[in-house]
Design a protein around this ligand. Sequence first.
Ligand SMILES: Cc1cc2nc3c(=O)[nH]c(=O)nc-3n(C[C@H](O)[C@H](O)[C@H](O)COP(=O)(O)OP(=O)(O)OC[C@H]3O[C@@H](n4cnc5c(N)ncnc54)[C@H](O)[C@@H]3O)c2cc1C
Length: 443
Amino acid sequence: YAIPNMNQPSERATADRNAKVLILGGGVAGIIAVRTLHEQGINNVVIIEAWDELGRRLKSTTFVGKTVELGANWVQGTQTGNGPKNPILSLVEKHKVKTMPSNTTGSITTYDHTGAVDFLDTFYSSAEAYENLTATAGGRVSRNLVDLTSRAAFNLLGIRPQDARSKATEYYHFDWEYAQKLDQTSAIASSWANNYTFNANEGGFSAENLLSIEQRGFKTFIQEEAMSFLKPEQIRLESLVKNISWSHSGVNVTLDNGESLIGDYAICTFSLGVLQNDDVKFIPSLPVYKQESIASTTMGTYTKIFMHFPYKFWFDTQMGLYADPVHGTYPVWQKFDHEAILPGSKVMVATVTGDFSERIESLTDEQVKQEVMSVLAAMYPNITVPAPLEFMFPRWHSDPLYCGSYSNWPPSFVQQHHDNLRANVGRLYFAGEATSQKYFGEL
Ligand SMILES: Cc1cc2nc3c(=O)[nH]c(=O)nc-3n(C[C@H](O)[C@H](O)[C@H](O)COP(=O)(O)OP(=O)(O)OC[C@H]3O[C@@H](n4cnc5c(N)ncnc54)[C@H](O)[C@@H]3O)c2cc1C
């Protein structure tokens, strides 16, 4: 389906600076949308957010008395020379959010089910394979070749991991980032996202990642930014949107308490996962081309599992990688008692993604804890691993306000789907991470 030309010039001409704009969702996209309108002199704007604070997928909480991030925690890509600067970095610097350089590939200890074993050679050749994938996928676009699964693209490059170690290293370089498997992910779209973020030669920021170690929470950069231009009367927190009635003359939003809010325009920034579900009803239904684009994109899930132990028994590198015979079984481990993160805290964090995340969301915390304990017993066969004193993980996939962590492009990437996902219907516009072709899945 092609996008009909809904944004008629005559409609644009009638838009005036007093037009009332409703911003649906108070995450980074919603807040930056308000800032952009503010800079254009449009201030009759109200932001409507279900939660009790702004910035949401930047979600922090308290664990063993310290602030930890359940959602985003990395500034991905910074700046190379005078090249493009990640705008998130500018906000992080402006609001003095503390970060540390994150060394996820240069400081890592490797394990399999027999304990600590050095397979760093495999790890580094897998990193190289991933670089080759991103380079090859870009070339497919210029030669007008069809999209492939990332698995097929790897296969054509001669990379066919067979054993647990090479599968785990591949996981680390791919699934851990996209929160889905190679066969669930577009080679072209994932390469674009990688290059625009990490590859300065392709217009990206830099290969550097900064990890937030800010005890006010990573969200501080966007909450303080919001407070620099938003007035309290422009923010409606704890307001759950149920219905969005859209047309060419305005947008009417109904909240779960029955209240109606009327805008000349609205910008919907709800996650792709929310759009894919029925909790928010569009009246009339969204056009078929729009529904098709929403249904054709996917949400990955990225789950951090926080554990507090009575004493430290783990690696001294920043990261650990565990190769289980079953793909995706608690592969990534992060040392949180690092001197710059939570020194002396005895906290370790494991990460799982994709289908495995969805699976553990259906288990009890106790069941997940037991699984994690058996993995730790395999990683450390010569000691008795102590039971964690505290154990916590978020359930992003089951949370109806997100229905996953961030978007991913499945194979057979079609440009028109992407354009249609972004397209407005009448005076209802769409924004949010999934609508960015360059930076989907990120801030
Ligand atoms: C676990 C995890 C790890 C991540 N790690 C990183 C990282 O390290 N670096 C990085 O750059 N990015 C990371 N991301 C991605 C990043 O957090 C998101 O891309 C970004 O925050 C999305 O912002 P947004 O404004 O598009 O969406 P959101 O933050 O989801 O904003 C939409 C808002 O709409 C609200 N909402 C939803 N439904 C309704 C409703 N019916 N009524 C009213 N309000 C509603 C939600 O509460 C939310 O506040 C991560 C995300 C997760 C979940």
